[in-house]
Design a binder for this molecule. Structure first.
Ligand code: MN
Ligand code: MN
Length: 277
């Protein structure tokens, strides 16, 4: 991963840090995530090869755009959309490191301008479909309500869900969200297929807290790390971007969750690279 000090080549994979947690409802912390995930990515405790045998150090078209600098938070979403759009205009594939989950809305605003028929696969313990939470319509509990209202995605599929309530069930029905709850058989994931471009949003609390304690909301009964890696490897469709959000270093134990985030980042980079070469 090279720093983007010179002209970025068209069609590259770009990593963008979004250190923003002002829309976290419960506790702050995810703003510190991008830096910690990078530390684990480059840690000498592991190497920079993907599981399927790609040496990530050998890729020419991989850049680190660094972190967005939020001087103040008044226009944070616009800054995020503009930053992502700049990379997409160069036909790049952007992988964003959050930040709380609210950042997915401005990221998708940029993606929807580039791709007409955008599919989203969202892995999360929570459906994040609240119309509003704590008087904040841009809360990290609301991004997919806004995305669907604005018709930014043609298809939204969610998996890992285990906190559905009455209101969010109504919202899911209203927006036609395909919700796959943990309580149901998750073997369907093997058959998961998308026509056209797919954006993958990974809220790390989709994982069971046993695998990823470094999140603000511990919700038992979740996915394994292996489940997510298998999805990244076997997902049928053209993966064009992703985000990894809700890592909260303040809650982590021995960096184990940042190592999970870094591992997922490596596998996502390799998967997108596979699709573009
Ligand atoms: Mn979420
Ligand atoms: Mn969540």
């Amino acid at each position: 991963m090279k720093p983007a000090i010179k002209q970025i080549q068209s069609g590259s994979i770009c990593i963008l840090g979004i250190p923003f947690d002002q829309n976290s409802s419960f506790r702050k912390g995810p703003a510190l995530a991008p830096e910690r995930i990078r530390e684990s990515y480059f840690s000498s405790a592991s190497n920079l090869w993907s599981e399927k045998g790609l040496n990530l150090e050998s890729i020419n078209h991989l850049y680190d755009l660094g972190d967005i600098n939020f001087k103040d938070n008044t226009d944070a979403f616009n800054i995020i959309t503009t930053s992502v759009k700049t990379a997409l205009d160069l036909n790049c594939h952007v992988i964003c490191l959050g930040g709380d989950h609210s950042i997915t809305l401005p990221v998708i605003e940029a993606y929807a301008q580039k791709y007409d028929c955008l599919n989203i696969l969202d892995l999360d313990a929570h459906p994040d479909l609240y119309d509003t939470l704590d008087d904040n319509r841009y809360s990290h509990a609301c991004p997919f309500a806004r995305i669907m209202e604005k018709k930014l995605a043609t298809r939204l599929v969610q998996a890992g869900i285990r906190t559905m309530n009455g209101h969010q069930r109504e919202q899911a029905q209203k927006f036609g969200v395909e919700v796959n709850e943990m309580k149901d058989n998750n073997n369907w994931l093997d058959e998961l297929e998308f026509k056209g471009p797919v954006y993958l949003s990974i809220d790390l609390d989709c994982l069971d807290p046993a695998f990823a304690p470094g999140v603000s909301h511990h919700e038992p009964g979740g996915m394994t790390t292996r489940n997510i890696i298998d999805i990244v490897h076997h997902l049928k469709g053209n993966l064009i971007g992703a985000d990894i959000v809700e890592y909260n270093p303040d809650r982590d134990i021995h960096s184990m969750t940042s190592v999970v985030a870094a591992k997922l980042l490596k596998e996502i980079i390799a998967r997108i690279y596979e699709d573009i070469v």
